[in-house]
Design a protein around this ligand. Sequence first.
Ligand code: FAD
Length: 508
Amino acid sequence: MGCRGGYFHGSIKGVVWMIRRGTDYIKSIKENPPVVYYEGEVVKDVTEHSAFKIPISTVAKYYDLHWDEKYKEYLRVYNLDVGEETSISFLRPKNKKDLGKLRDGLVKIYDYYRGFFGRSPDYLNLWTMVFYAHAEDYFGKQFGSKFMENAIEIYKEATKRDLFYTHAIVAPMYDRSRPPSQWEDPYIQVGIVEEKPEGVVVRGAAMICTAGPYAEMLWYLPNVRRDSDPRYAIYFSIPTNTKGVKFLSRRGFQPREGGEFEYPISSRFEESDAVLVLDNVLIPWERIIFFKKPELIEDLMWHTVQLRGWFNWHFVIQHYSRLKFLAGLAIAIAEASGTSNFINVQEKIGEILIYVALNEAALYASVERAQELPNITRPDPYISISASHFNMKTVPRANEILRSISAGSSIPIPAGIKDFENPEERKLLDKYMAMKGLDALERVKMFNLLWDVIGSEAGMRYEQYDRFSRGDPTIRWAQTYTEVFKDRKHEFVKLVKDIIDQMPNPKA
Ligand SMILES: Cc1cc2nc3c(=O)[nH]c(=O)nc-3n(C[C@H](O)[C@H](O)[C@H](O)COP(=O)(O)OP(=O)(O)OC[C@H]3O[C@@H](n4cnc5c(N)ncnc54)[C@H](O)[C@@H]3O)c2cc1C
């Protein structure tokens, strides 16, 4: 793979970090602020804003994990592609051993997150690495050498600066019955307005961009399967502070100040979501990797690049960690309250544990049966995609089981930590809030955790994410048949046909 001298074209100021610390990231986002609208105002400093402080500190923690003695050996790797030590999340696996290391590093990160916080920097690092790996055999072959170089340089820049990328794909939900090119304004979805010598001007919006308000970089990559109008067929990477980029943020689901006792998940793993607006943004040519050939999306998604296999593999890791956490919560509650003796409760806990085991199996099998290509070794796509689609139902189902096991007792939990500070109330709480296996304080902590998974705004947002973040579950499950197993389904039909062929026919 060739390399074109310098590696940085964006407008993010700062130094080369290789492996950053949390403070480096916070400094960078302070110095390179994106335009974020919140309650009618442009946020002056996202790092100080109550709606963004929590995810920003979690992203900072992600970077710090790379310096933590307990995590270092899993999260750092000598990266031959840049000739330095980098985060494991940038590793281009060259064999099954590398892929296993990447899996184990990502599992460490998501075990720390308990399977929440899906828009951690590692997620898009994986995409950038995959584009780099296919710079030659896909981007170069299909779009020419300039685009190949762009994919290479964007990877090197992201890796050497340890940048935090997020992404946006889906067009706003204006009218799903017609493709965006037939909408009253065809530039509701981001489209090419003008081509200039220095780049391409684009205008439009994306429905949702998680982490946009506090990410440094953005991949915009629309699903051009929904509309093959070439004006939409453009993939690019830009700094989030590029002129004309705006984020319309949703309301923050952060708890009130000091709410770590009442909302242990929201206060750690709340992520923000925003509408992304690109208001006549000039995208320099060197930031574009896919251009005006919508028909080439199939090869990117399903064949040469197999992007679908890769990002679904990452989701299996996220949800494997989450299911372990949900299993732990279900077991702890059932055992403390004595309901674990009931066969129906045991059956339900068993169900979550089966999901855990199947995900673990999928993660090992996807590496064991990895596809070893000359430029990259990638997880088995049948396994990764199927397991990820399966989890669109298993994770919400695990939440449903938690609701069923905890039943009405999940609701009347004292309002806050102060209830335990009033001596008279404390006496009552100690007596009436305890469970056989937990004292009152432990029990309330456990049930605050439970509520933050199954009932709070952040919990509900995660459930929506678990169902929809890889697309609509109905469409995805159908695609398992129409796309994922397209080449293999006849194998299964043959098993039936062979018997039918051996069955006797009536005499003529
Ligand atoms: C919390 C959260 C965070 C997310 N973060 C991001 C992000 O950071 N970046 C990003 O790009 N995306 C993100 N996603 C968006 C995700 O990619 C989309 O939600 C997903 O692609 C589904 O699109 P949609 O929500 O527009 O639903 P649609 O696909 O429009 O579906 C809506 C409904 O219409 C039905 N429907 C739609 N089209 C058809 C059809 N052709 N045939 C039959 N039925 C149809 C569906 O079955 C469904 O019931 C996020 C989603 C969530 C919930």
